[in-house]
Design a protein around this ligand. Structure first.
Ligand code: HEM
Length: 425
C-alpha cells in the first residue's frame, strides 16, 4: 500500500471521526479490517456506523486510543498496557532551556500523532503507526533539568532519592536528565514509537539506558498483574476511579501553578534472585509477602481484595501475617504514605548469571510528593522486608513529570502547547 495524498487524507479523516469511536463506543471488527478501512478514502459502512455511534461492541484491541493531550500526561492513570520501554536520556551539555523546549515540542508532536495512530512527521515507516494499541508516551525531567533549566520562580524542586541500605546501585541504570516512558499493548507499535522518539532526540540527547518490560498480554485485568516471582502484584493500588487518586498522584502543595497537574515518577530497577527464590517452598514464598500465591489473598483471607487482618494469630499465638512480610512493611503508617505502582517485569539475557538471564521488576511508581509518600515506604522496606532476601535494587532515578500538553487550539494561528512549555519559559 502506498501512502499517496488522497489515501492519507481519507485515513486522517477516518481517524479524526472514527478514532473517537474506536476509543469510545468501539467497533467489532478486527485490527486488520480497521486498518484496511482506514486506508480507503471512501468511508466503509462499518466506519460510518461507528462514527454515528451505532456500533457498540468493544473495539479491536489494537485500535484503542489513549489521548495524549490533556491536563495530565497519559501513561500515569492509564491502566497499564502490556509492554513498557523506558528510555533514560542525558541532554548534551549545550542544550539550554530553549533547546530543551525545542526538543519537547518535537517529541510532543511525535507522541500526539503516534498515540492517534498517525505517522510522526517525516516518519520513514508510516504503516507502523497505524495500530495505536493504547500507546502512551510520558515525559519526565530529572533533578539536573529541574535545578538548571526550570526557572526558580516556578517553585519546583526535585532532589535525588536518598541512599537506601539495601541498594546495590549500578550507574548504568542510574539517574538521567530525561525519562520517556513508552507503553503499548503491541510490541511493534512500541518499537516504532521508540525509534521515532530516539531519532528525534539524537541532536539533543544521548541514550544512557533503555529498560524494557512486560506484563501478561493475555488475561490480566490490567490492574493486578503477576510478576516474574509468580506473585499477584498490584492489589492495593489506587485506580483513577478512586476518590483519593488525585491526592495520591497529582502534585499539589509545594509546587507552583506551572506544575499543576504534574506528578513525580520513581524508577527502581529491582533484580530478583530467581535461583534462590526457586529453592523456597510455596509456604515460605507466601510468608515473605503475606499473601497467597494462587489468589493473591492475604494469609488471613480467601479473596484477593479481602482486607488483611494484621492482628490475627495462629494456634501457636504467632501472627498469621508476619510483621516482617512485604505486605506488613509496605502498608502505610501515615494516611499520606500511598503511591501508584505501575511496575513491569523484565527478563534479559545475561550469560554471566547462573541461568543465563537477569530477571526482576522495572518498578515505576508515581506520587505527588516523593519525600512524604515514596521515601518513608522505601526506607521501611530497606530496614526490614522478608522479600529483601531475594530482591536487590540495582537502578534508581526520580523525575518530575510535567502536566499534559493542552489540546490543539481552534485557531490555527495560535501556538500549540507542548509538554514542559510552562516550566521552561
Ligand atoms: C521486586 C520488588 C517487589 C516485589 C516483587 C513486590 C511485590 C509486591 C506484592 C506481591 C505485593 C502484594 C500485592 C499488592 O498489594 O500489590 C506488594 C504490595 C506492595 N508493595 Fe511491593 N514489591 C516490590 C517492591 C516494592 C517497592 C520498591 C515498593 C515501594 C517502595 C513497594 C511497595 C508496595 C506497596 C505500597 C504495596 C501495598 C501494601 C499494602 O498497602 O497492602 N513494593 N508488593
Amino acid at each position: 500500500v502506498t501512502h499517496d495524498g488522497p489515501r492519507r487524507l481519507g485515513r486522517r479523516r477516518l481517524l479524526q471521526t472514527g478514532a473517537a469511536a474506536f476509543g469510545g463506543a468501539g467497533l467489532g471488527w478486527s485490527a486488520s479490517a480497521a486498518v484496511g478501512a482506514a486506508q480507503d478514502p471512501a468511508p466503509t459502512p462499518a466506519a460510518g456506523a461507528a462514527a454515528d455511534g451505532a456500533a457498540v461492541s468493544s473495539p479491536s484491541p489494537g485500535m484503542e486510543l489513549v489521548p495524549f493531550r490533556g491536563r495530565h500526561q497519559a501513561g500515569v492513570g492509564t491502566p497499564p498496557q502490556d509492554y513498557l520501554s523506558l528510555l533514560g536520556l542525558d541532554l548534551h551539555d549545550e542544550v539550554d532551556a530553549a533547546g530543551l523546549s525545542r526538543l519537547m515540542r518535537l517529541l510532543t508532536d511525535d507522541a500526539d500523532r503516534l498515540s492517534r495512530g498517525l505517522p510522526a512527521l517525516a516518519d520513514t515507516e508510516p504503516e507502523l503507526a497505524e495500530v495505536p494499541a493504547r500507546l502512551t508516551v510520558t515525559f519526565g525531567f530529572g533533578p539536573r533539568i529541574v535545578a538548571d533549566l526550570v526557572p526558580t520562580r516556578h517553585g519546583l524542586s526535585l532532589d535525588p532519592l536518598p541512599p537506601f541500605r539495601t541498594d546495590r546501585l549500578d550507574e548504568a541504570w542510574g539517574q538521567t536528565d530525561l525519562a520517556v516512558q513508552l507503553c503499548a499493548d503491541d510490541q511493534l507499535t512500541l518499537a516504532h514509537a521508540r525509534r521515532m522518539i530516539l531519532k528525534d532526540s539524537r541532536a539533543f540527547a544521548d541514550v544512557r539506558w533503555i529498560q524494557d518490560g512486560f506484563r501478561r498480554a493475555t488475561g490480566d485485568d490490567g490492574v493486578s498483574m503477576r510478576n516474574v516471582l509468580g506473585q499477584v502484584d498490584g492489589t492495593v493500588n489506587p485506580t483513577e476511579a478512586d476518590p483519593s487518586f488525585a491526592d495520591v498522584v497529582w502534585a499539589g502543595r509545594g509546587t507552583g501553578p506551572a506544575f499543576a497537574g504534574g506528578t513525580f515518577m520513581v524508577v527502581r530497577r529491582i533484580r530478583a534472585q530467581m535461583e534462590s527464590w526457586d529453592r523456597v517452598g510455596r509456604e515460605g514464598k507466601e510468608l515473605a509477602v503475606g499473601r497467597r500465591l494462587d489468589s493473591g489473598a492475604p494469609l488471613t483471607g480467601t479473596a484477593e481484595h479481602d482486607p488483611p487482618d494484621m492482628d490475627a494469630t495462629d494456634d501457636r499465638g504467632l501472627p498469621v501475617i508476619d510483621p516482617a512480610s512485604h505486605l506488613a512493611r509496605a502498608r502505610p503508617r501515615e494516611p499520606g504514605e500511598r503511591i501508584l505502582r505501575r511496575p513491569y517485569n523484565y527478563v534479559v539475557p545475561d550469560p554471566s548469571r547462573p541461568h543465563g538471564e537477569d530477571a526482576g521488576l522495572v518498578f515505576v511508581a508515581f506520587c505527588g510528593d516523593v519525600d512524604r509518600q515514596f521515601v518513608p515506604i522505601q526506607q521501611r522496606l530497606a530496614e526490614q522486608d522478608r522479600l529483601n532476601e531475594w530482591v536487590t535494587t540495582i537502578g534508581s532515578a526520580v523525575y518530575a513529570v510535567p502536566p499534559g500538553a493542552a489540546e490543539e487550539p481552534e485557531d490555527p494561528a495560535a501556538p500549540t502547547d507542548h509538554v514542559g512549555r510552562g516550566l521552561l519559559s
